[in-house]
Every structure is written in structure tokens, then in C-alpha cells.
Ligand binder design. Sequence first.
Ligand code: ARG
Length: 467
Amino acid sequence: MADDTTDTKSSNQMWGGRFASGPDAIMEEINASIGFDKKLFAQDIRGSIAHATMLAHQGIITTDDKDKIVHGLNTILSEIESGNFEFSRQLEDIHMNVEARLATLIGPAAGRLHTARSRNDQVALDFRLWVKEELQKTERMLTGLIAAFLDRAEEHAESVMPGFTHLQTAQPVTFGHHCMAYVEMFGRDRSRVRHAIEHLDESPIGAAALAGTGYPIDRHMTAKALGFREPTRNSIDTVSDRDFAIEFLSIAAIAGMHLSRLAEEIVIWSTPQFGFVRLSDAFSTGSSIMPQKKNPDAAELVRAKTGRINGSLVALLTIMKGLPLAYSKDMQEDKEQVFDAAESLELAIAAMTGMVRDMTVNTARMKAAAGSGYSTATDLADWLVREAGLPFRDAHHVTGRAVALAESNGCDLAELPLSDLQAIHAAITDKVYDVLTVEASVASRKSFGGTAPSEVRKQIAFWRARN
Ligand code: ARG
């Protein structure tokens, strides 16, 4: 657990006024959050500096005390950054660890910092600042992943591959088009991230324990100093709310689901049976017993990280669902879920960006697979509708007979002799062979958002302008 220091039985120096003795060792262990919330040290110190500055500006504390407090807090910041800070489990959490150290450094003036605030609004502030920065980082990382896909899509706007439904060959598509499907997904994830930043962009500090405060504070001033759009509007909601953390986790879960589907495709594509892509050495591993193996471990781990992220989302929703307003200590358990999910998501995006950039695409294998499985059957049916005036349902039936014949002959549709096709339907001419190749098939699908190389290039240009 926490890197503890001393374990005396004295009452807590922060809130122990009414306590005769200190907590039981188990109480201390279950209560402490310093083991994980020390991650919030920079946010905690920034928040305290803004709060102290506002208190002095409003005449609630003296400028002299404020200066001492700010100086002391900056000292603590560099102590923690350089690894010269001793965290104590007895002091429970990051807030009290910092304040206790401040008292040692500057004396009684430290006791004035906690005027007009509570740990309830303090932790809400620190955690919001942390989640906001994490969302901003996620936004940048998704932009990098989208850029990687745009480059691969451009390179492969014309490369034909089989498109699948039910993982059965359906119709030929281009690899560029397939890449752009992921651009759409990660683009939506990024826009969810942007909305989440807007939602949480309100400053909690000044809500105090739950009811606000009688001191003449200026919450707009602290909100501005900390880079928030405005202060929150309801002090009870402010200390009860963890929507911002849950929203981060839901966005992470959805993005994780997308990353995991991509991971699954990479696992499938890199099998010798498919052979569509070859992962770089940098993103694969060997087997300790089978010398021929090259395993897609990074993709598999991305798939697994998604499970962890989903777990964190469900955990926090469950922690919060039964809590009466306002703050309850249950809420202290919010942080580990978010920290763990954030680490998993960052790793997953980084690994996928690397894999997408590095993998070698075997266009010959893709093209050969695109032509198998009668993938141009729909093109034959469409030709019969267009050129011979058949209703689509009849054309579907005729095509089905052609596929059955090709199957029994063990050949492709394009290899059936014209006489055989004409025996199935008299209106078929040798022009039909123009649409039976995979290239003709993809080139014909020019509908908006379709797989034709010309359309794919339009979509790439659309996203380049937005990335
Ligand atoms: N460590 C606590 C948390 O993470 C800080 C808030 C404590 N507030 C309280 N009323 N005990 O939630």
C-alpha cells in the first residue's frame, strides 16, 4: 500500500481535535488514499495556490500569509518532483500530506490555507484538473492515431481486399476504405473527448464541504486562475458529482472497444492463413519453443486492456449508484479506476498507432482473397438489373445459379464460359466480364461514402482538413 513512514497512536493532526486517540491500524489502512492520490500532487498544489491568492485578494487572509503559503507550496512541489518528499499514510491523502508539510515549512500561516474550503471541494477540484489534462492528452493521441490511418489509407486507396460480413467474404473493398472506417470511429471518440472537456470545464473550489461558505470568496477568480470556463453552480452537486470521471471511463470504454476490434482484425490478418499484413518486429514477439512463430502480442494485449477499462467503468458506476448526496467516502475509490483505465487507454492507443504505421500490407494476398468467394456476385446481379432490365430479386436468383455452377465447376464467376452464363439467362453478353473483376467492382461503388478509390480519396481529404 502507501509508502508509510511513522505509525504512532496519536490523534490526527488535521482533524483530530475531538479524538482522544489515533485510529486502529486497519482503520488507517482502509482510510488512506495517499498510495494512489499522490498522483494528484501537482493539481493539489496548483489549486491551493489559486485558492490562497483569491483569499488574499478578498482580504480573507493577509498578503504576507499568502506569500508564505505560495512560497511553501512551490517548495513542496519541487520536493515532490525531485523525489525528496516523504509521504505519510498517517496523513491519509495528498491534501493533508501537503498541508502538514506546509506547516513544517512556514509555521502557523499554513493553517490559514484551508479557510473557506473543505477536502470535499479540494478533491473534486484536483481530480477534475487531472481528468481534464488526461482528456486533452487522449485527444492528442487520437489525433496521432487518425493521422497514421490517413497515411495508410492514402497509400492504399486502390488496394483491393475482401470486405466481410459474418467474417465471410462479402464484396471487394479497398484497404484504404477499411482504414477510413477506423478514422470515422476514432474521430467520433475524439469528438466525445472534446464534449467531455466542455462538460467538466467548471471549477468546484469554493463549494466547501457541501453548502458553500460564509467567507466573501470569489469563485470566478479561482475558476479563471485554474483555466476553467466558470465555477460550478450548485455546491451540493459539486461535491457529490463524479460524472466527469464516469464520462472519461465511458469514452475510454467505447474507444477501447474500437481499439479492440482493430486488434482482433490485426490478429486475424497476421495469421499465415490470411497473410494480409505482417507486423514489424517492433510490435511482435517470438515463441520460446516454436522458432517459426511471430505473435501479435501487442494487439492481443490491446484487446485485453479493453476488458480492464470496461471493468473500471462498471466499478465506478457501481460505487456511485447508491450514494445519497453529498460526499461519501466511497467516492475516494474513484481514482484508482480512472488512473488504471487512463494508463491502459494510453498504452493501447500508442501501441495501435505504432502497429498501424509499421505493419507491412501484402496487397497481392489481399487482392487474391478479394477475388475468391464469389465476391463479385452482387456486381453480376447489378449488371443484370442495369443492362438487361431484370428486377433485382430475379437478378439475385439468376446470379445464385451462376454461383452454384461456378462452385460445382470449381472456378470463379469470371471463368465461366459465356455459353454457360447464357444458358442461365439469355440476356447475358460478353460485356458482363467487365464487372466481374474486383477492380471494376470497387471502382463502380461511387456512392457517397462508398469504396471506390475516388470516393475514398474524397473522404481522406475531408479528414485531413480536420485533423
Ligand atoms: N481522500 C479523500 C477522497 O479522495 C478526500 C476527501 C475527504 N473528505 C472527507 N470528508 N473525508 O475522496
